[in-house]
Design a protein around this ligand. Structure first.
Ligand code: ZN
Length: 164
């Protein structure tokens, strides 16, 4: 048996879903021996829905979200995603991928907050350290100035004591 005939045999297998996409034929088994589609594609055949314009869908999913830097934004997006999935305006597979990305975004938030906290601590520390340094410089300059004055006074006193 050559590979071509094996392939055509499996393609004509009546127990396989007959739905085809640009990636090829669906590999899932048909619902039963008389059915042409798997459960997912049978449902799609029953409820043929119009694919929404990707730009419109993106706008509805994103709403006013500017970035995903806080849990509120991710939560809002997830809520919008649930609405779109419930209305069957988004493919289940896309919804799962987006939900997974949301989970990754949420997981990245605590390390991000820690990073921001550390940056603030470092900035506070830098500010305190430079203030301390400035104070030390001022103090040592003042001390040096005081030493010079006292040295000059001692010299003057010494000169004065040498005079008759
Ligand atoms: Zn299928």
């Amino acid at each position: 048996m050559n590979p071509k005939s094996a392939n055509s045999k499996s393609l004509n297998d009546p127990r396989r879903c007959t739905h085809t996409t640009r990636n090829g034929r669906c590999r899932l088994p048909a619902l039963d021996s008389s059915a042409s589609f798997c459960s997912e594609h049978a449902r799609q055949q029953e409820n043929p829905r119009q694919t929404p314009d990707p730009e419109v869908l993106a706008a509805e999913l994103l709403g006013d979200i500017v970035n995903f830097a806080n849990a509120g934004a991710v939560n809002l997006f997830l809520g919008n995603l649930v609405k779109q999935l419930a209305r069957q305006r988004i493919a289940r597979r896309d919804a799962i991928a987006l939900a997974y990305l949301c989970q990754l975004l949420l997981n990245s938030l605590p390390p991000m907050w820690k990073e921001i906290e550390w940056k603030e601590i470092e900035e506070d520390y830098d500010a305190t350290a430079s203030q301390l340094l400035l104070n030390n410089i001022a103090r040592s300059q003042a001390a040096r100035h005081g030493d010079q004055q006292s040295n000059e006074t001692t010299e003057r006193e010494a000169v004065a004591s040498r005079q008759p």
